[in-house]
Design a protein around this ligand. Structure first.
Ligand code: ZN
Length: 296
């Protein structure tokens, strides 16, 4: 082990695994996108990329894995570091962390992608201790929470996308598209839910289309709920759907209306509900934090 040793960072997603190699000071040196196919082929490609002789000539200090869920986070479980039962074909029960540890002989940190992103966003400024929720709105909706620089262990992990917001008055006919719940938040406001109703992504719909206000209304309800349950200093909204112009402002307005002057300080709303400071790298930066912690 020398100062030249590297950290391996993996953001494991349902459509791609984003892999990166960081130096000892945490600078990302190179990255790769590996398509998520079968567990065997995907893991083999990940191991091969990190295992290239030129990738880390002095070896790795540790790995960090920020994974799509559901996952086992309990370190005392034999399934720690694995994907749990998922509708994604073939992936239920797939171990991610242990094969990486075995291949490179170093420890791996393991978290949900959104918990890792929350950790990374919380490291950025003075709000580390006061709590950061990271929400991703994309193919699904998920959320993670970090406070005092740590995530909060539970029986499993949070599933913030599967709450049940009230129905928007102009959106009562759509049954929702969550395979488990129909009209939960994910079933109403995720990318597939938007496509199912309106045939296009939110970014592709005209700015005066009612979809913008409806999606913002549902996500604003989530923000209000999070303020009521966790009172975080930040609620960071990332993910592909959030690239739609004006959506973040719509979420702020809806959350302010839901809070009715009680839960959210309207004067601070732009400070509380924000885009990721790390942009689309929040999950990968979270994986780096996990790797650095695992190596200690
Ligand atoms: Zn659901």
């Amino acid at each position: 082990m020398t100062d030249e040793a590297r950290y391996g960072c993996i953001e494991a997603g349902g459509t791609k695994f984003v892999c990166a190699i960081a130096d000892g000071r945490g600078a990302l040196l190179e990255r790769a996108r590996i398509p998520t196919t079968t567990p065997e082929a995907t893991l083999a490609a990940v191991l091969a990329w990190f295992g290239r002789t030129e990738a880390a000539p002095a070896g790795y200090r540790g790995f960090g894995i920020a994974s799509f869920g559901p996952v086992e986070l309990d370190p005392s479980s034999p399934r720690w570091g694995s994907i749990l039962d998922t509708p994604k074909p073939g992936w239920s029960g797939t171990p991610l962390a242990r094969p990486i540890e075995a291949a490179f002989g170093v420890p791996a940190g393991f978290e949900t992608d959104v918990n890792a992103a929350a950790l990374a966003e919380a490291e950025l400024d003075d709000i580390r201790a006061k709590g950061v929720v990271y929400i991703t709105v994309g193919t699904g909706i998920g959320g993670g929470f970090a406070s005092n620089g740590a995530t909060i262990p539970g029986l499993r992990h949070a599933e913030m996308g599967h709450i049940f917001p009230p129905r928007h008055p102009d959106d009562t006919a759509f049954p929702g598209c969550c395979p488990f719940h129909g009209a939960c938040l994910e079933g109403l406001a995720s990318g597939p839910a938007i496509h199912a109703r309106w045939g296009r992504s939110l970014s592709e719909l005209p700015t005066d289309h009612p979809a913008h206000a409806i999606v913002a209304w549902y996500l604003g309800h989530l923000a209000g709920t999070l303020m009521a349950v966790l009172s975080p200093a930040r609620i960071v909204f990332g993910g592909g759907v959030m690239h739609a112009p004006g959506l973040l402002a719509g979420v702020r307005a809806a959350a302010t209306a839901f809070s009715a002057g009680y839960l959210i300080d309207a004067a601070a709303i732009a400070d509380i509900i924000r885009a990721p400071r790390l942009g689309d790298d929040a999950g990968l930066r979270g994986a780096l934090l996990l790797a650095q912690r695992a190596a200690r």
